[in-house]
Ligand binder design. Structure first.
Ligand SMILES: Cc1ncc(C[n+]2csc(CCOP(=O)(O)OP(=O)(O)O)c2C)c(N)n1
Ligand SMILES: [Mg+2]
Length: 594
């Protein structure tokens, strides 16, 4: 049978090691739909409910496997729907290839139905974007798209008009002027700084007496080296959100998250350190780093475009974190004075005690911190835990105790609502034998998460291990923003924008064939977690939680407290509960007139 361009593109992708494509049909990709049918199950087409979710799944696949994630959408509206998920990949530096259809060549430029200037539209999100106008282009467009996505850790987009998809494939272009012969393959180079620079970095780190380390997703795979460096330097290690799963949380010198969603132990460490050693992170909030001039700095990052941007550093080492640390660690001297390290460990211990206490505080009806606290006690080995963007992200960041071998991720830099469910689905496809848990706010669930449970319904029988839990935080509020209004803008909660309907998420599990449990009493939590983690099918655990527990940093600033006090005075409808629970009355100090 004649091989068409669409058949050839799929075959070339499988030769690149790509065996799963997340997508949604449309006549703009008719050629691909036929080709997918002819290809059988390699590549495996996973049909989602919405193209944005396909892009989030491709991004989630990349995050959890390190491989390229691929999504496929039709021209016009389908392509447009992909964009937010692709921006998530762009901002978090994940290799994703998007394949999108386009109207046929002869119609282009006529404002034809569903004709959108896709090359312009995808320009900003993509490291590489091109239109396949001629069958002989397909080979180098695929090869280049995949390689660029891997090498630049970003998005590549191939736009293929539907008539080109159905042309006869040209795997080997004719030998004539203009022909291009491309190859498959990418092996990341070894990038290690020069010896002199490593020595300058070591000198600074050796001289420092109070070294604080901050690591991000760039240290995935380099945990042992990070631990070695931290031991020698007597340092503590804070983790940016995308580095949530780089070091286990049971290490006594890991101070946990940093920033608005951070821990007090990280905050104290940054406040008092004299040396900052940042690796593989572009953590953005400078107010949570040392003051300019307070600390000397050394930074390692693989990307020269992302280094030296967050704190004024003395030495910038562009390099792979693992290889760079391997070269640097032998130059580090063990600090004999361990008092700084002891102080950090004490703060870490206090911090965990505080989170435990906070989780067990009374709330109406359930304290959201306790939801995560109870899960931490039961978290199965090898678990993968995803988070959406909302107040529960705070509890995921602060209260979840990840052990060695677990994975976790979220939309770090775009901080988009919506990825919690699709990331979890992508994790389950990539690792069907591992338990997967998603933390999702009721707003994000209503926005799009609930639709993707239909995708779970469609595919769940493929997974021998059925442990896949969607934990829905029911607070009938867009709570994270409600709190941001109070603390950043000094405005009271406005129910007109913030309240959302009480949607029965657990009951909705039933029509989609999943187990559903709704919890309204804190003492039922432990039992509910064990039930959903041993259920014979994926489950929705809906927990009715208290929206009045503040998802604030443990070290709220005077300015934030003043703003919040102002919001209360302006007549916040939840002021009584908020005042009682948030700062245990301390806020009163900031009320005007006192
Ligand atoms: C796509 C998108 N829209 C809006 C926002 C702004 N936003 C951030 S968190 C949030 C509230 C989320 O509400 P919910 O999912 O119910 O979680 P909660 O904060 O209530 O726990 C909103 C609206 C965003 N980050 N992404
Ligand atoms: Mg909510």
């Amino acid at each position: 049978m004649t091989q068409l361009v669409a058949d050839y593109v799929l075959e070339r992708l499988t030769q690149w090691g790509i065996h799963r494509i997340y997508g949604y049909p449309g006549d703009g990709i008719n050629g691909f739909l036929g080709a997918l049918d002819r290809a059988g199950s390699d590549p495996d087409f996973i049909q989602v409910r919405h193209e944005e979710m396909a892009a989030f799944m491709a991004c989630g696949h990349a995050k959890f496997t390190g491989e390229v994630g691929v999504c496929l959408a039709t021209s016009g509206p389908g392509a447009i729907h992909l964009l937010n998920g692709l921006y998530d990949a762009k901002l978090d530096h994940q290799p994703v290839v998007a394949i999108v259809g386009q109207q046929s060549r002869m119609s282009l430029g006529s404002s034809y139905q569903q004709e959108v200037d896709l090359q312009t539209l995808f320009k900003d999100v993509s490291e590489f974007v091109n239109v396949c106008m001629e069958p002989a282009q397909a080979r180098h467009l695929v090869d280049r798209a995949v390689r660029v996505a891997l090498a630049r850790r970003g998005v590549s987009t191939i736009i293929i008009p539907n008539d080109v998809q159905e042309e006869k494939a040209v795997p080997s272009p004719p030998r004539q002027h203009g022909a291009v012969y491309s190859s498959i393959g990418y092996s990341p180079p070894r990038i290690v700084p020069r010896e002199g620079d490593l020595q300058r970095a070591a000198d600074i780190l050796n001289k420092g007496q109070k070294v604080a380390m901050l690591v991000g997703q760039g240290v995935h795979g380099a945990a042992d080296r990070v631990i070695e460096a931290a031991e020698l330097l007597g340092a503590g290690v804070a983790k940016a959100l995308l580095g949530r799963d780089t070091l286990p949380d049971d290490l006594p010198f890991v101070t946990g998250p940093i920033g608005l969603l951070g821990s007090k132990a990280s905050y104290e460490m940054m406040k008092d350190c004299d040396t900052l050693f940042m690796i593989g992170s572009s953590f953005p909030y400078s107010e949570f780093l040392p003051k300019e001039g307070q600390a000397k700095g050394v930074q390692i990052d693989i990307d020269a475009g992302m280094i030296g941007l967050r704190y004024p550093m003395e030495v910038l080492l562009v390099g792979d974190s693992k290889e760079t640390l391997e070269a640097l660690v032998p130059l580090l001297e063990r600090k004999e004075d361990r008092s700084w390290r002891e102080q950090i460990e004490k703060h870490v211990e206090e911090w965990w005690r505080l989170t435990d206490e906070r989780a067990m505080m009374d709330a109406d009806p359930i304290n959201p911190q306790r939801v995560v606290h109870e899960l931490s006690k039961q978290l199965p080995d090898g678990a993968i835990v995803t988070a959406d963007s909302g107040s529960s992200t705070n509890w995921w960041a602060r209260h979840l105790k990840l052990r060695k071998g677990m994975m976790a991720s979220l939309s770090g830099n775009l901080a988009s609502m919506g990825p919690g469910v699709p990331y979890a689905i992508a994790a389950k496809f990539a690792f069907p034998e591992r338990p997967v848990i998603a933390f999702v706010g009721d707003g994000a669930f209503q926005m799009n998460g609930m639709n993707e449970l239909i995708t779970v319904m469609k595919y769940r029988e493929r997974w021998a291990d059925q442990r896949l839990v969607f934990c829905i935080f029911n607070n009938q509020d867009l709570n994270q923003v409600t709190w941001e209004q109070r603390v950043l803008a000094g405005d009271p909660m406005f129910p007109g924008t913030q309240q959302i309907p009480d949607f029965p998420a657990a009951r909705y599990a039933e029509p989609v064939g999943l187990q559903g449990i709704k919890i309204e009493k804190p003492d039922d939590l432990a039992g509910a977690w064990s039930e959903v983690l041993t259920a014979d099918r994926p489950a929705v655990l809906e927990v009715v939680i208290d929206p009045e527990i503040p998802p604030l940093p443990p070290h709220i600033t005077v300015m934030q407290a003043k703003k919040m006090a102002r919001a209360m005075v302006k007549g916040d409808p939840e002021r009584v509960g908020v005042m009682e629970k948030s700062l245990l009355g301390k806020l009163e100090e900031f009320l005007p007139g006192r």
